[in-house]
Design a protein around this ligand. Structure first.
Ligand code: PFF
Length: 458
């Protein structure tokens, strides 16, 4: 079994925060958040989302980090240590499986971002002059089975190459270089977008809640997005927490990660909505927003080529720092529990994931209902997203809260959170206790009931 020395560690707080923020910040922020915001009516969705990050996301994030650091194990090993001789390790097992399942469809969409980056660089995206031509480019791109498979394979290979180098030498080093680049690109793009003619209308759309849009779907959607965006419910943060030193203050570290993730989602909104208002494009284009609508807008704006290249580079970077965290959850399981060498584990997971990614890559119907005419009559990518990204994450988040609050116990959770750092003020401990015992499990349970009863997803 791997020992703390052989498992690896973050080199310090900055390394951990950048890596954990890298896991959280991904396609969820830049691809999914904007179209969910548009579907949820703009400012109202953003407001509810931010409230959920604070009230539900942050407590669950702190809990996962505390469980990970206290046990120093992958999700399965963590639950074995928390509640020995019980069925709770199965919750960790579900997390590992979920990481694998998400990686298998996430890498397909990540592959598209690389393809779009290539098309932007080679000038091919220049032909996306209006909605129709852009949809045609997207349609023929995702419909090309060889490209879709090769690019998701390439993305998985990149992920393997990072994760096999370990925690500080692989994941942390990648995040230390790429996260500042990501931040710089985002700031530059947001500045470009906000200063476009009509851009401020997009800003107003993002920040002015229209309460007539309020519905249970908006509320449930915002909560689901908060879980997915913060990488919660599958043990990614348990795993990342397990490499953290006892001297770190998890309240602060968790707070920074949640703040960075939310800030970047809003920055992504500040890129996309002003651009949409500038071009007077349809804001409710759904999942096709980034791939179909944005290229047409880039072609209308000054410096559009540079903006397009930067944007798809940004999306690729954000996706890579997230796929490494998904793969790390599975890798940590094989290293800790099965004693596999890290390099073998990453090779096997990468190859297995690739096999599962192939049907998703061939479904080419994930976005804007293009599934007709696909190689499969049903859309494997959407199916995977629903099973792993919706059901499984919600079930996982619910059970993690219940186990930590009711089985392990809040006093131990609070102690684990603080490590050897000074105690936190009583009111904050009280709020966390109340949230994690009652509000978080209840809220996540409601999401689950909603998606089971209505068959709708986030
Ligand atoms: N948080 C990532 C995103 O927003 O794109 C997605 C994700 C990564 C979910 C890692 C879960 C996870 F464990």
């Amino acid at each position: 079994m791997a020992t703390p020395q052989t498992r690896g560690n973050w080199s310090g707080r900055a390394g951990f925060i950048l890596a954990a923020a890298g896991s959280a910040i991904g396609l969820g922020n830049i691809w999914r958040f904007p179209y969910s915001t548009a579907e949820g009516g703009g400012g109202l969705f953003v407001l509810i989302y931010v409230v959920f990050v604070l009230l539900i996301g942050l407590p669950v994030l702190l809990t996962e980090l505390a469980v990970g650091r206290e046990t120093g194990r992958n999700p399965v090993g963590a639950f074995k240590k928390l509640v020995p001789h019980s069925w709770w390790p199965a919750v960790g097992g579900l997390g590992v499986l979920t990481g694998f399942g998400i990686l298998a469809f996430y890498s397909v969409i990540a592959g598209w971002t690389v393809g779009y980056l290539g098309m932007a660089v080679s000038g091919k995206l220049g032909a996306a002059v209006d909605g129709e031509s852009s949809a045609a480019i997207f349609g023929s791109f995702v419909a090309n089975p060889l490209w879709a498979i090769a690019l998701s394979g390439l993305f998985l290979l990149l992920t393997v190459l990072v994760v096999r180098r370990g925690i500080s030498g692989g994941i942390e080093r990648l995040s230390m270089v790429l996260m500042p680049v990501l931040f710089f690109l985002l700031m530059a793009l947001a500045l470009r977008s906000v200063t476009l003619r009509g851009g401020l209308d997009g800003v107003a759309y993002l920040f002015t809640p229209d309460f007539s849009e309020l519905s249970y779907r908006v509320i449930i959607g915002a909560l689901g997005q908060a879980l997915f965006s913060l990488s919660l419910g599958m043990g990614a943060m348990i795993t990342y927490g397990s490499y953290m030193s006892k001297t770190e203050n998890l309240w602060k570290a968790g707070g920074y990660v949640a703040m960075a993730d939310t800030g970047i989602a809003i920055l992504a909104g500040l890129i996309i909505f002003p651009a949409l208002f500038f071009a007077q494009a349809d804001v409710t284009a759904g999942p096709g927003l980034v791939f179909v609508v944005l290229p047409t807008i880039f072609n209308q704006m000054p410096l559009g080529l540079i903006v397009a290249i930067s944007f798809f580079a940004l999306l690729t970077i954000a996706a890579l720092t997230s796929t490494v965290s998904l793969m790390e959850v599975c890798t940590a399981y094989f290293v800790d529990e099965r004693g596999w060498p890290r390099k073998n584990a990453t090779a096997v997971i990468g190859a297995g994931c690739f096999l599962l990614a192939v049907p998703s890559a061939l479904a080419f119907g994930a976005v804007s209902g293009l599934s007709e005419g696909g190689w499969f009559t049903w859309d494997f990518l959407t199916l995977n997203n629903n099973i792993w990204g919706n059901y499984s994450l919600s079930i996982g988040a619910f059970l993690i809260c219940v186990c930590a609050a009711w089985k392990w116990g809040v006093p131990r959770l609070l102690e684990a959170l603080e490590g050897v750092a000074p105690r936190y003020p009583i009111p904050m401990r009280g709020v966390l206790t109340f949230m994690i015992k009652f509000i978080c499990p209840l809220a996540v349970l409601l999401v689950l009931i909603f998606i089971v009863v209505t068959g709708e997803y986030f």
